[in-house]
Design a protein around this ligand. Structure first.
Ligand SMILES: [Ca+2]
Ligand SMILES: [Ca+2]
Length: 430
């Protein structure tokens, strides 16, 4: 929330200003309360309704673009946005979108960017989740306030709000996160039914070059968690992205789920993607807008159904309960289905310390993770980690009907599976 005082008190006619405009809405107060970062328009008017000259101001903490190109959907196309004008507006459920362009493609303001077809100009689409504080007031009711990066506090504040944990990454405070608009796909391997088709075990895996985050294509499945994790690490490394691209953590999933279930999002159950071939956006994302987190094309898709999405969240005790087995990090209590050979940096996963979701974050509720706080909403399947199933999946799959949904959680041993995919998140360099 930013309060802006409109300074003009007299216009050119010499009459005193009697009305003030905040993004086109006239009011008697000269204070505009803007809840969204970005460009906003202010103006003044006198008693004879003579208007001043509209002025555009920029509220801090606008999306941090880095290598991404801002886009907006206009006249049935994605076009490069003019960021000096309003190109998103969370108050009207228009979330900010950006694309990563194919190597060799460059675009300027107003030009179209293709995201479908035989060789799309974009290789990935992302949606911005602005930093916010939240309070769950009752089932299905989540109050959200967008806050600047400077607003930090631990635990709940005196009004019961919590800064969502997804906006802290490796102790760095973030003004927002870029979330993959669709489940991750691959230009060749999405067609594969081979287990661990990615064959990625480090951060320089050549198969990562085929990863895509695009609509209307089959998502990539059949990989264990270490393969998906290292594939996205490799995409980040090989494309030399600014910021940090990584496999989505459970807390980051929660950040999207809560914003979707607020006045800034669809604010009702997201329709299931039941595509029998796991097509992102259910094969027609332009039509299937009720499958997006906003109920319009600017939202995030596939979070209800499609494939289950393995998130980076792990029950830390699972691998060391039987010390004589000396299992590697990421294992279950018996076997290393996930395929990690060493422990990954702690910033890349949510560590759970209990098999009870209400106690799994160092003895407390995992606030913001969409687990105990939202368990069972919309009939969504709710399950939690165990020694044999220490990994977490989200969202349900194509055939799960009412038990699928953005609040659904399931456990797994991390093994490759025909109905499990994954999502990417880019945390910006601020
Ligand atoms: Ca999904
Ligand atoms: Ca449901």
């Amino acid at each position: 929330m930013s309060n802006v005082t409109i300074k003009a008190t007299d216009d050119k006619s010499g009459l005193h200003a009697t009305a003030y405009s905040c993004d086109g809405t006239w009011q008697s107060s000269n204070i505009c309360k803007f809840t969204v970062a970005g460009n906003h328009t202010i103006n003044v008017r006198d008693a004879l309704e003579n208007e001043g000259t509209a002025e555009t101001i920029n509220i801090k903490d606008a999306p941090v673009l880095g290598n991404l190109i801002p886009v907006e959907y206009k006249n049935n196309n994605w076009v490069v946005a003019d960021t000096s004008k309003e190109w998103y507006n969370y108050s009207t459920k228009q979330w900010a979108n950006a694309v990563l362009l194919r190597t060799g493609v460059s675009k300027s303001k107003g030009q179209t960017v293709t995201v479908t077809g035989s060789n799309p100009e974009a290789i990935a689409m992302f949606v911005w989740i602005p930093r916010y504080e939240y309070k769950i007031t009752s089932q299905y009711n989540i109050d959200i306030n967008f806050i600047p990066i400077s607003t930090t506090y631990t635990d709940a504040n005196s009004s019961g709000y919590r800064v969502h944990p997804a906006f802290t990454f490796d102790s760095q405070e973030l003004s927002g996160i870029w979330v993959g608009k669709f489940e991750t796909s691959h230009i060749t391997l999405s067609a594969s039914t081979e287990n661990n088709n990615l064959q990625c075990s480090n951060n320089n895996c050549a198969n990562a070059d085929g990863l895509r985050i695009l609509p209307n294509v089959s998502s990539l499945r059949y990989n264990n968690i270490s393969n998906s994790f290292y594939a996205i690490q490799s995409m980040d490394n090989r494309l030399k992205l600014s910021g940090d691209l990584h496999q989505m953590k459970n807390g980051e999933w929660g950040a999207v789920a809560y914003l979707a279930q607020s006045k800034y999002g669809i604010n009702k159950e997201i329709e299931i993607n039941d595509s029998s071939t796991y097509l992102t956006g259910d094969g027609d994302y332009i039509t299937n807008v009720n499958q997006s987190t906003t109920g319009n094309i600017t939202g995030i898709y596939d979070m209800s159904g499609g494939a289950w999405e393995r998130v980076m969240a792990y029950y830390e005790s699972a691998y060391n309960t039987t010390p004589d087995l000396k299992l590697p990090w990421g294992s279950t209590s018996t076997t290393n289905y996930a395929g990690f050979t060493s422990q990954i940096p702690s910033k890349y996963y949510d560590s759970y310390t209990s098999t009870t979701s209400a106690e799994a974050c160092s003895g407390k509720v995992c606030y913001g993770h969409s687990l105990s706080e939202t368990a069972g909403w919309y009939g969504d399947y709710a399950d939690f980690v165990s020694y044999t199933g220490p990994w977490v999946g989200r969202g349900g799959a194509i055939g799960d009907g009412a038990s699928a949904g953005v609040f659904a959680s399931i456990i797994s041993n991390g093994y490759p599976h025909n109905n499990s995919s994954f999502r990417a998140v880019l945390t910006p360099t601020t």
